[in-house]
Design a binder for this molecule. Structure first.
Ligand SMILES: C[S@@+](CC[C@H](N)C(=O)[O-])C[C@H]1O[C@@H](n2cnc3c(N)ncnc32)[C@H](O)[C@@H]1O
Ligand SMILES: [Zn+2]
Ligand SMILES: [Zn+2]
Length: 590
């Protein structure tokens, strides 16, 4: 089986161009390399002239040369730099300074306001970007950069905390420990209390940027550090800049008469530092911030708390006693969707082995004395539970498809979870089979595994599964790409609106037949319930992924708005659904 390709933030066609650098690496189009042109695209460049570097005129002296002899600034922008913020020629020059320079300009975009830079693996970038948007608003991600052109390198994501600044951004992000556990480093990149120097340094090539940093860093640290005995911890992105920065600081210190010339020295550990120097380079612009590690300063206290919380989140994950990694997936899914496990819930865990999800349910709310129990359905053996298999867990050693009758005998189900490693289509089929056993208002947690041929097929199956489940009585679901999911795996959480009303197992008839006498008290209760359902649906709509909203629109025989933003698509769906409700409701007909 080929390894599934990670879904990267820049791969989303709706994505902001500021994060296009996070997309999967592709080779430039052939014409960009074989037929380079002038900036206006009008004329072909003389390659001989370009090859001549700064002295191109000496390389091609033909006065009648048919191709353009123009300086680098008048040529088309480097395709790779424009898209990824890094260029293979500059990477080659890091290994061999004699390697040729790129022929094309690397323009530095105008500065943007941001407060934090989050360093993560590129494969996590889509999840980090969308979670930041959920927690802080649609416009918070204002830029990104990759360390290099490798497939699995690190990236930084620049976050604008808006009016709340550093403190606002740090507080919002700190709410999600699953996000924190994936952040490798957090840099301060903007002004604020305790952030004593805040500057940006530019260079139109990697060499020029390094030179500019060498020339200015020491004086920026001087400006940021007042008083003696300061210890400065330097941190930077991309990691290759570390050497440039430390060399610049050390040579500034060496050249001063007093070895501690500016009243500061460098240190290697965050715990020893009185100040931190953060340098984050994005497309030829290095954001330089010096901040005091004084916990009494509001703003930096929160950055430090955030940095510590990342470490704590990783430790908590490692020390959770989880039987397997899947344990964290159900934890994250329920937390994201705001589902709390009731002690008395009757749960079915399909694809339960080795038992992480069952373990999580038993440890997080179920109470045997109150009737809480789990049917762990899996043809495979369960793993070792620390204190043995709990009394309220029954292992049904069979396929989910065959277990419906067995679990149904004891009464309706409050929570159905399914992490079986089957395709989204098959998983939705298993869930549909359980519908006769579900209580109204029960919860579904379902993993869509990448067990399909290709990415497009996986997406199609997920969309179809969502449409099918909604038709069968589930409320519009939330589909998450969780930090605990692998790259091609998503987790759906939905409430079941149809089905069984109580333990009698009788089907609830919640449709008022035309002509029935109206009971005012019942009508009021119904209206309350409808309002609650509507409020919940609206909350789901607000975060529903565009692709699923489009699928719903198509399933109802309408066309989604052409080139519509996710918001427009959601709006269109809402309109269609409310029309549907109006045309069906009894009071409208009356
Ligand atoms: C990724 S593991 C589930 C891990 C589990 N959630 C945990 O936390 O330990 C997938 C499981 O699905 C089971 N499985 C596959 N198809 C199934 C089916 N049709 N019915 C029930 N289980 C199935 C496999 O036997 C396998 O143990
Ligand atoms: Zn020429
Ligand atoms: Zn280039």
């Amino acid at each position: 089986m080929t390894k599934p390709r990670a879904m990267l933030a820049g791969d989303d066609p709706d994505a902001d161009p500021t994060i296009s650098c996070l997309a999967a690496i592709r080779a430039p189009p052939r014409e960009a390399e074989t037929a380079p042109r002038t900036a206006d695209g009008e004329r072909l460049l003389c390659k001989k002239f370009c090859r001549g570097g700064a002295d191109g005129a000496a390389a091609c002296a033909r006065p009648d040369c048919p191709d353009a002899h123009v300086p680098i600034a008048e040529r088309q922008v480097c395709w790779t730099f424009e898209r990824y913020g890094v260029c293979k020629f500059e990477e080659a020059r890091e290994r061999d300074p004699a390697a040729p320079q790129c022929w094309f300009p690397h323009p530095t975009p105008p500065p943007a306001t941001h407060h934090l830079a989050l360093q993560v693996e590129v494969g996590m970038s889509d999840r980090v970007v969308s979670r930041c948007r959920e927690l802080l608003g649609d416009d918070v991600v204002v830029g990104a950069a990759r360390a290099d052109l490798s497939r699995n390198g690190d990236v930084v994501i620049l976050v604008d905390g808006g009016a709340g600044g550093v403190a606002g951004a740090a507080t919002a992000l700190g709410a999600d420990k699953h996000l924190l556990s994936k952040l490798k480093r957090i840099y301060a990149t903007g002004g604020g209390p305790g952030l004593v120097a805040d500057a940006s340094v530019c260079g139109d090539s990697a060499d020029a940027l390094d030179d500019a940093l060498r020339a200015t860093l020491a004086s920026l640290v001087d400006a940021g550090v007042s008083g003696g005995d300061a210890k400065v911890r330097a941190r930077c992105f991309p990691p290759r800049t570390q050497k440039v920065i430390l060399d610049a600081l050390h040579s500034a210190l060496d050249s001063r008469t007093n070895a501690r010339g500016g009243g500061w020295e460098t240190c290697a550990r965050m715990d020893d530092a009185t100040h931190v120097l953060d340098v984050v380079a994005v497309k030829g612009r290095a954001h330089v911030t010096v901040w005091r590690t004084d916990p009494r300063l509001h703003g930096v206290d929160l950055i430090q708390l955030l940095i510590r919380s990342c470490e704590d989140a990783r430790k908590e994950r490692d020390g959770s006693g989880a039987m397997c990694r899947a344990f964290h997936k159900i934890e994250e899914a329920t937390r994201r969707a705001g589902v709390t496990v009731d002690p008395a819930w009757r749960c079915v865990d399909v694809g339960a082995a080795p038992g992480g999800w069952t373990q999580w349910l038993c440890d997080n709310g179920l109470d045997e004395k109150k009737g809480g129990r789990v049917y762990a359905v899996d043809p495979a053996e369960l793993g070792d539970f620390k204190r043995g298999l709990p009394n309220n867990v029954t292992h049904l050693k069979m396929r989910g498809e065959d277990a419906v009758g067995v679990v149904q005998r004891d009464g309706p189900i409050d929570l159905l979870v399914c992490d079986a490693n089957v395709s989204p289509e098959a998983a939705a089929g298993i869930v549909a089979g359980f519908i006769p056993a579900l209580r109204t208002g029960s919860t579904l947690v379902l993993t869509f595994k990448g067990a399909t041929k290709g990415f497009a097929e996986w997406r199609r199956q997920m969309e179809d599964a969502v449409v099918m489940l909604t038709r069968k009585g589930f409320e519009p679901p939330s589909v998450y790409h969780l930090f605990s999911n692998c790259s091609r795996e998503k987790t759906l959480v939905a409430k079941f609106a149809g089905g069984l009303s109580d333990s009698s197992g009788k089907k609830k008839d919640n449709l008022t037949k035309k002509g029935d006498p109206i009971d005012p008290q019942k009508a009021m209760k119904d209206a309350d319930r409808a309002r609650l359902l509507l409020a919940r649906s609206l909350a789901v709509f607000a975060t529903m992924p565009g692709e699923f909203a489009e699928a719903h629109i198509k399933a109802r025989g309408f066309n989604p708005p052409p080139n519509g933003s996710v918001r427009l698509v959601r709006g269109r769906l809402l309109k269609i659904l409310s029309d549907e409700v109006l045309s069906e409701s009894s009071w409208h007909q009356a």
